[in-house]
Design a protein around this ligand. Structure first.
Ligand code: NAD
Length: 422
């Protein structure tokens, strides 16, 4: 059992802290948000994440998990301190390290001798050194341990990782961090710090590339009368390609891919490499948002009202950061459309979208609308009976950017149905 501090209790920090406590470690999680800490101490979690509340409650009950305000309070008696703070996109696309540097500064003087500080935030190559410089503690090692969890399945992903990556120039410190994960039975890859930092960006850039590629093939399928689902099934059987992450959609987004692809473009620039391939991946994605928005706009007619199903960047999360749905909503608003939206996790009007009407159900969103757009793949949308809403949508047209609905059922109910790539 190790004594662990986790700085930042967002999607990554809270999952990391709670899961490590479930493995028997003694964990103190810190945040600067006092309200959040008070809520967490009561066993209530402020985000939607399957299974997380249960392990938080168990951790608190077993005495293995606690929450405090301020990083210093968590780190003063730890052997390991995980930094899980935001690394947003900076002004010029580079990752902004302000939160990481601030968190490291807060714990520098209180860390016990020989502690290990672990960068779990996604940070550019060289950030291990940045943290070392802020800490000014030669006895403390800094290790990079990027996180690969997916929101919506974060607990499962943390406890059943495909691999654990630990990078440091001090091999012994990297091995100490690797041992924290030993009981998970996953391959533990120990690398130098720069390689570990690069792995995270390379993984996200590769996944974004896959989706942009599928979306580009989907556009071709539409032009030649092929069905992208069959095409992807056909290539996915090839083990060199694999069948994961081959679904077309409205474009990729979320709190990581957009900022991480831009950050990698900046890293490449500084490494004196023109990463045209990744720039193409980003451009195809913007094209996809435009294509989907135009398609929905045409279905709704000039100034028409669009019923939008789904605002989060994917199903099973409440995270709206850089959501493709909102990218499309932005474009529709710019074209003069009105929006009536329903999302199972969004109950209040969004401050940045005051004109978007938030509705209480899929059906309510369709009242007085001119077209329907499915933007997030929430499973409940699949089960709405099209016969119930066909009279509510004036154009009787649905644009299903997730290929979620049963096309035949919707066509049989009298809807014009447009999916992606078929
Ligand atoms: P988040 O915004 O959900 O959470 C960050 C938390 O850190 C917030 O609660 C904030 O109040 C807190 N914080 C900021 N400064 C602090 C300080 N000095 N002391 C204590 N708490 C502080 O962020 P996230 O989505 O968990 O992402 C964190 C990092 O992990 C980012 O670098 C991100 O790129 C990376 N990452 C995220 C995911 C994901 O799916 N969200 C996956 C892998 C990696």
């Amino acid at each position: 059992m190790s004594r662990i501090a986790v700085v930042g209790t967002g999607y990554v920090g809270l999952t990391t802290g709670a899961c490590l406590s479930s493995l028997g470690h003694k964990v103190i999680c810190a945040d600067i948000d006092e309200r959040k800490v008070a809520q967490l101490k009561d066993g209530k979690i402020p985000i939607v994440e399957d299974g997380l509340e249960e392990i938080v409650v168990q951790g608190i009950a077993s005495g293995c998990l606690d929450f405090v305000v301020g990083a210093a309070a968590a780190a003063s008696s730890c052997e390991f301190a995980f930094l899980c703070v935001p690394t947003p996109e900076g002004e010029d696309g580079q990752a902004d390290l302000t939160y990481v540097e601030r968190a490291a500064g807060e714990i520098a003087s209180v860390l016990p001798r020989d502690a290990v500080v672990i960068n779990k935030s996604t940070v550019p190559v060289g950030s291990t050194r940045v943290v070392e410089r802020v800490l000014r503690r030669p006895d403390v090692s800094v290790v990079s341990n990027p996180e690969f969890l997916r929101e919506g399945t974060a607990v499962h992903d943390f406890l059943h990782p495909d691999r654990v990556v630990v990078g440091a120039d001090n091999l012994e410190a990297a091995q100490r961090v690797g041992r924290l994960y030993e009981s998970l039975g996953a391959p533990i890859l120990v690398t130098d710090a720069a390689s570990a930092e690069t792995i995270k960006y390379a993984a996200n850039a590769f996944l974004a590339t896959k989706i942009s590629f599928v979306n580009a093939i989907a556009a071709i399928c539409e032009g030649v009368g092929a069905d992208v689902r069959d095409v992807m099934r056909g290539i996915g059987y090839d083990r060199r390609i694999g069948n994961e992450f081959l679904r077309p959609g409205p474009g990729w987004g979320g709190s990581c891919f957009p900022k991480d692809t831009l950050a990698l473009l900046k890293i490449a620039e500084r490494a004196d490499y023109r990463f045209d391939l990744l720039q193409g991946v980003v451009d195809v994605n913007l094209q996809q948002f435009d294509r989907m928005a135009s398609r929905i706009s045409s279905a709704a007619g000039p100034g028409g009202t669009v019923a939008v199903w789904g605002l989060t960047f994917k199903a099973l999360t409440d995270d709206l950061r850089d959501s493709p749905s909102l990218e499309i909503v932005d474009r529709l608003l710019a074209k003069g459309h009105r929006i009536r939206a329903y999302d199972p996790t969004v109950r209040e009007r969004l401050t940045s979208y005051p004109s978007v009407q938030i509705c209480d159900s899929e059906i309510e969103a369709c009242h007085g609308s001119d077209a329907l757009a499915v933007l997030t793949e929430w499973e409940n949308f699949r089960w709405v009976d099209p016969a119930e809403i066909v009279g509510l949508v004036s154009s009787r047209h649905v644009v299903d950017t997730r290929n979620l609905l049963d096309r035949s059922a919707w066509r049989n109910a009298g809807f014009g149905y447009q999916g992606v790539g078929r």
